[in-house]
Structure formats: structure tokens, C-alpha cells
Design a protein around this ligand. Sequence first.
Ligand SMILES: *Cc1c(COP(=O)(O)O)cnc(C)c1O
Length: 484
Amino acid sequence: MKIFVSSRNKEEKYFSKEAIVKGLAEDGGLFTPLDINEKKIEIEKFLDSSYQEIAYEILSYFFDDFSGEELKKCIHSAYDNNFSTSDIVPISKIGDSFMLELYHGPTAAFKDIALTILPHLLKAAYQKQDKKVYILTATSGDTGKAALEGFKNVEDTFITVFYPTKGVSLIQEKQMKTTSGNNVEVISVNGNFDDCQKLVKTCYEKISTNKVQLSSANSINIGRLVPQIVYYFKAYIDLLKKEEIKLNEKVNFVVPTGNFGNILAAYFAKILGCPINKLVCASNENNILTDFINTGIYDRNRKFHTTISPSMDILISSNLERLLFILSDYDDKKTATYMRDLAEKGRYVVDKNLLKKIQENFISFYCSEEDCMKTIKQAYEEDGRFIDPHTAVAYYASKQYKDFCKNIILSTASPYKFCNNVLNSLCGYKKENEFDAMRDLERISGEKIPTNLKDIENMPNLHNKTIDIKDGIKTVLERIECLK
Ligand SMILES: *Cc1c(COP(=O)(O)O)cnc(C)c1O
């Protein structure tokens, strides 16, 4: 069976169910599957497959201690009714490239694809145990709502979402604050996303309790990462069927990147046999990954920028740790040293050999705020496409990088989640009320507002708690006392 080990200590190992329930390894490492090189998926065999069938192939490869029945149940619960299009992730044209639309789920962001299935996986993995599962989640905007929707009213679970005060869009915040359900809690933290993520990781390391089982809905959880591999195969198959590419012709994926989860899933797809040439990592002004991929130096001692693509305002990209571990031939000691340097000095430098392997697979570009706004406008005026700021960051990177392969841009959110900034990019003005901006955008673009975003305008805020970072652990401990 597939073994999942901590990226900092290969001796800490589990099968997939336990890795999903635990979320993060006890030493702070990230559970990573060993030996994923061996199996190559024959892409032809997916030619007549539905999204659900491709998902089954990928998930059963990684999560082989689930029964086939269990996985099918999870897949159908997640994908049969939650998305507004039956193909889940449609692919369309933008300029001379393609756009993989990942925002047709319940909260209008790509996080839905993994977070509609994670609660089902977790429940199946956790059966027959008597403790409650307590999910701690840090969000830069989209994970929070998608996780709340996924976990609300799921028996024997409780979820707390931490988001940075002023670090998410108004619509993202309103989406979270209006979530009902008797097992959900949303707290804003006076800090940025990195502070929220650090709080969650510190809780795993510091809190030892047998009263509840702590787990995570962030992409540090392998149960979130694996379902994201599926849409890379689906995109490839769809282009093949549309005769835009030939069988085994390589493509590039351009991914707007924050925590490195989405693009790492693309790398997994590549190892499994999806014909991918380059993975283009697109950053906003928080361009730490661009610098890293160009130089091998990861240095978080820099200014943190609050941008119009808030879900990528991140300086510590957790999933990069998994890539370092895999590409260093699963060298746990080396990975642990890099992560210790990052914690202690705020920087690490990878060796030449590792950097070479990273650069064989990845290339990176970053997009300034000005270029992001220009790209939103250009996409609308020149290509007739209405895109969100994160997608615009990727579209800009795609324009910087052309080789012999077609570019597929990942479109990660609906523009209606970032109304005033999109309106400002298109028309040069903002509205005082975010929902007025939403209505203006609908008029201009002619594209219907997703009902789940329209409806929140008149819903009451149910969560209004704000805390300082230093009170985070105390808040979590108090919650644990209430849950036992
Ligand atoms: C989360 C998010 C990203 C970044 O994805 P990572 O997996 O964290 O790299 C990009 N765009 C949007 C809209 C997001 O919500």
C-alpha cells in the first residue's frame, strides 16, 4: 500500500487514511507519498472518462487503503451535484491560449474542487473512532469559505477558520461571515496570512490533547492535494478531444501560485504521465517564489504586499517543502535543515543539483499590480474574457512565456469575488458598496452573477470575532475544552 511519510522524517509513516486524518506530521513536516514515479498513467485510457471516473483512477492510486466503494461514494457526493457545469472544469480559449475554469463550484473558487471531497474522505477515514475531529484552517480568502461549506453540519466535526483582518476581499469576508451551521467558527486575526498559517501549524506542534483529533483543511493536508491532480488530466483530455493537441503533445500549465498547492498537484500529474513540458509559477508582487525559482535562494526577509490578488499574498509557501523533499530524492534530513533555516533565519539556499531539477520543471514570472489591472482590461477588450485578478496574474505570466507548447492558464476564481478591483481595472472607478460594484460588473460583462455570491448581500453576519495573534493558541484551547 502507499506509504505517506513526513517530509522531515521518513520514519514517521502512515497509510493514506491516517495521513488525511492527521493533516500534518507530528514534527511539522508534510505527509508525502513515497515512490510516485513508478506508475505512468496511459492518457488514452481517459478518452471516454467522466471527471468522476478520472478522479477515481487518481484517488485510488494514492488512497489505496480506502475501498473502491468508499472512494466512489466520496467522489459522487462531491462532484455529482455541487458544480454548476456537469464537466466540473470546462476549458475555453483566451487569446492564443486556453483557460481552465476552476470556479464553477459552490464558493466560486478553485478550492471547491478539493474541499467538496475532503470532508467525505475524512469521514470515511475516521469511521469508528469516538473523538471529534477539530479542523483548524488558515485562509487567504478562498479556502475558508470552501472549507466552511464542505464541513458545515458534518457530524462529529468542528471547524475554526482564521483569516487575516484586512487581508481578504470584502466578498470573501462576507461569504465566510454569513456561514450558518452549528459546528463552524470564523475568526479574523490581526496579522497576515503567514501569521494565520503559523498559528495553525503551531497548534499541531504544541497542543497535545486526546480530547479531540486535530486536522487540517489547508493544502498541507494530502487529502486536499490529491483531488487537485485530477483536473490537469481532465484539461489535457478535453484539448485532445477538441483536436487542439495531438496525443502525447506536451502542454504548459500556468498557475497563479500562493501556497504552492495547486502547482504541486500539477507536478504530481506530470510524474504520473500527463504530458507536461513546463509548469509556469505565476506570482503577484509577493514574488518570493519567482526569486527562488530563478536563484535557489528562498528569503522571506522582505516587505509583505497587500495586493488585489489577496489569495496569493503569502511569503511562506508550505507545499514547496514537499517539492524539495521529492526532488532531493526524499532526503528528509536536508528538507528538515532547509525548514529549520527558514524558521530561524527566514531564509535557505538549496544546492545546485536541487535547483537544476526545480528549473527543469518550473519557470516563474511575477506580475505587478499595474500589470495585473492592465491584463484584466486587455483580456476584456482584446479577448472578450472577464477574468479575476488571480487569473490575470497567470495570464500576464503566460504572455511572458512562450515555447513550442500550448499554454493552459488556470483560472482560479470568479471575478465577482473581487468586484471593486475588477471594476476599477475595467472602468477606472470604484463603488462605495461592493455589491453595487457587483451589479455594475454584471451590466458591463453581461455574465450572470453566481447566485451563491448574489445571495450573501442580504444575509446577516454570524461571526464577528477578532483576535490578536498572541491569543490564537488560547482561543483554540478554549474551543477544545468546549468540544470534549
Ligand atoms: C488559493 C488561491 C490561489 C493560490 O493557490 P495555491 O494552491 O495556494 O498556490 C490562487 N488563486 C486563488 C483565487 C486562490 O484562492
